[in-house]
Ligand binder design. Structure first.
Ligand code: NAD
Length: 248
C-alpha cells in the first residue's frame, strides 16, 4: 500500500463482483475506508473478509428511498463510484418498454439518486470526486445489439459533464469512465445466455479487440483509484476511455 487514498471515505455501488469488487479492493489497498454496497449480501460478506478497510451494506440502487436513508445516516463521502449497471442485449426492436425502463432505472436514475444524495456532504466539506460508470458503447461508439445500454451510457456522460460544470468551483470533480470489453462474471453470464458455440462467442468478443485480449477488472480499478485520488485534482468533466484501443 502506498497510501494514495489515505483517509478518504469511498462509497462504491455494485461492489460484489467484477469491476466494482476490484475497485473496492484497490481503493482499500491505497488506504481508503471503503463502503462497499451491492444487492448480493453473500458477495459483500466475502469481500469484507478480504480487507479490514471495507465495510459493507446491502443497497439496491433502484430504490431511491433506501439510498437517501443510507446516505443520510453516514458522514460525508470523499469519493462516490457509481459502478452499478445493466446490459440489455438487442436492437430497438428487441427492447420493449420494460427493458427500456429497467435500463434507465439501473444505469441512469440510480446515478441521479446517488449523486444527489452524496453531493451536499461533499460540498459542505469542499471536496469530492464522483466517478460514473459509462462504457465505450455509448456516444463514443455504435455497438450492435446494445440499443438501450448505449443510450443510457451516453446519458451517463451527459450527467457527469453537467455535474462537473455545476460544481467545478466548489471542490467537487465528476468524471465518467468508458471501458471496452472487460472479463467479469456478468460478461461470462451474458455469453452463456447467448447459447450456441461458447468458444466461438468468446472468440468473437476477443477478435474485435486490437490487443487480442479482453480487459481485466484490475485495469479499470487502477483508473478508479487515480480518479479518486488527488493525483487527478485538475481533471473533471472528462470521459476516460479505457478499451485496449477498441474505439481508436
Ligand atoms: P456486473 O454488471 O455484473 O455487476 C456486478 C454487481 O452488480 C453484482 O455483484 C450484482 O449483484 C450487482 N448489482 C446488480 N444489480 C444491482 C442493483 N440493482 N443494485 C446494486 N447492485 C446491483 O459487473 P461488471 O461487468 O463489472 O460491470 C460493472 C459496470 O461496468 C456496469 O455499469 C457495466 O455496465 C460497466 N461496464 C462493464 C463492461 C464489461 O465488459 N464488463 C464494459 C463497460 C462497462
Amino acid at each position: 500500500m502506498s497510501g494514495r487514498l489515505r483517509g478518504k471515505r469511498c462509497l462504491i455501488t455494485a461492489a460484489g463482483a467484477g469491476i466494482g469488487r476490484e475497485s473496492a479492493l484497490a481503493c482499500a489497498r491505497e488506504g481508503a475506508l471503503v463502503l462497499a454496497t451491492d444487492i448480493d449480501a453473500q458477495a459483500l460478506a466475502s469481500l469484507a473478509a478480504e480487507s479490514g478497510s471495507i465495510q459493507t451494506q446491502v443497497l439496491d440502487v433502484t430504490r431511491p428511498e433506501d439510498i437517501d436513508a443510507f446516505v443520510s445516516a453516514q458522514c460525508a463521502f470523499d469519493v462516490l463510484f457509481n459502478c452499478a449497471g445493466y446490459v440489455h442485449q438487442g436492437s430497438i426492436l428487441d427492447c420493449d418498454r420494460d427493458a427500456w425502463r429497467r435500463s434507465f432505472a439501473i444505469n441512469v436514475d440510480a446515478m441521479y439518486s446517488l449523486c444527489r444524495a452524496v453531493l451536499p456532504g461533499m460540498l459542505a466539506q469542499g471536496r469530492g470526486s464522483i466517478i460514473n460508470m459509462s462504457s465505450v458503447a455509448s456516444s463514443i461508439k455504435g455497438v450492435p445489439n446494445r440499443f438501450a445500454y448505449s443510450t443510457t451510457k451516453a446519458a451517463v456522460i451527459g450527467l457527469s459533464k453537467a455535474i462537473a460544470a455545476d460544481f467545478v468551483t466548489q471542490g467537487v470533480r465528476c468524471n465518467a469512465i468508458c471501458p471496452g470489453t472487460i472479463k467479469t462474471p456478468s460478461l461470462s453470464e451474458r455469453v452463456a445466455a447467448l447459447g450456441g458455440d461458447q468458444e466461438a462467442v468468446w472468440k468473437s468478443f476477443i477478435e474485435r479487440q486490437p490487443m487480442g485480449r479482453l480487459g481485466d477488472p484490475k485495469e479499470i480499478a487502477a483508473l478508479v483509484v487515480y480518479l479518486a485520488s488527488d493525483e487527478s485534482s485538475f481533471t473533471t468533466g472528462q470521459t476516460h476511455i479505457i478499451d485496449g484501443g477498441w474505439s481508436n
